[in-house]
Design a protein around this ligand. Structure first.
Ligand SMILES: [Zn+2]
Length: 274
């Protein structure tokens, strides 16, 4: 009798062990699947206790949730904008510069060109550091007046018309690459076309030059951004220009380049939240 009771108790314990084993196995599987599903995100463990880990999954390392993320970034946008209003001025087809806009200029490149006072010391430093790495450049364009910009447009239109295009078609073609007068950021004095020594062709071949790669990688450290990136022509309205760099100041350049946004997107973000 006692023996049978003992056997029953033993069987119950055995069942309990098997059920608990299955339970732990299944819960371990679910945790593993969660880990796989959070690929691209990362998990922060708030406790070192291996048995009971208090985990929170974040979309990035800056915020607790989407709402706070947007708010935190918006505040950053505003802070950067307020600190750098002058250098963050937007000039494009939809945003012509004020007709009375007058940058304070100084000569660069031994008097060959003019550019904004704002960028001078940063440019000198950037070019000096690039030279230490063995890279030298030719700055082909810096500040352009509205009159000069109009002249460039007229010349290109004339060339297209000489090749048989109508005036309207020629103008449309030219505006794909060249901004109308008043809309070019070269008019701010804050933009530079920097070509690599040994390659004076202003086309996509610049991006394969080691000197251009160095500039694109390091320009933000000196306050410059690559203004018309390869994958953003739909936003900027300008084809990829690996040679065109725009000074916005160190704080803004770091934020823009590290965020992978354009100046247009920076301004859009400001407007969306105002
Ligand atoms: Zn340019």
């Amino acid at each position: 009798m006692l023996k049978q009771l003992f056997k029953k108790v033993l069987r119950c314990i055995l069942y309990a062990v098997v059920i608990l084993g299955i339970f732990y196995y299944v819960s371990f599987k679910i945790q593993s699947t969660e880990r796989v599903n959070t690929k691209g995100q990362y998990t922060i463990q708030l406790s070192n206790n291996n048995e009971k880990q208090d985990k929170k999954v974040y979309k990035d390392n800056t915020s607790l949730d989407d709402k706070n993320y947007v708010k935190a970034n918006y505040n950053k946008y505003m802070e950067i904008y307020n600190n750098n209003k002058d250098t963050l001025i937007l000039a494009n087809r939809d945003n012509p510069l004020p007709t009375d806009y007058k940058p304070s200029l100084r000569h660069i490149c031994n008097g060959r060109l003019e550019a904004s006072n704002e960028l001078y010391s940063s440019l000198v430093q950037m070019l000096a550091d690039a030279k230490l790495q063995g890279y030298t450049y030719w700055i082909s364009s810096a500040y352009r007046s509205a009159e000069k910009q109009q002249k460039l447009v007229d010349e290109d239109v004339y060339t297209c018309m000489a090749n048989g295009m109508s005036y309207n078609d020629a103008l449309e073609e030219v505006y794909k690459e060249t901004m109308p007068a008043g809309c070019s950021e070269h008019q701010t004095g804050l933009a530079l076309d920097i070509l690599c020594s040994g390659n004076s062709v202003m086309d996509a071949s610049q991006k394969d030059e080691p000197g251009n790669k160095w500039l694109r990688k390091n320009c933000y450290k000196y306050g410059f951004i690559l203004r018309y990136p390869e994958d953003k022509s739909g936003i900027t309205g300008i084809n990829f220009e690996p040679w065109h760099f725009r000074y916005v100041g160190k704080e803004a350049a770091k934020f823009i380049m590290k965020s992978g946004i354009t100046l247009e997107e920076f301004h859009m973000a400001l407007e969306q939240n105002v």
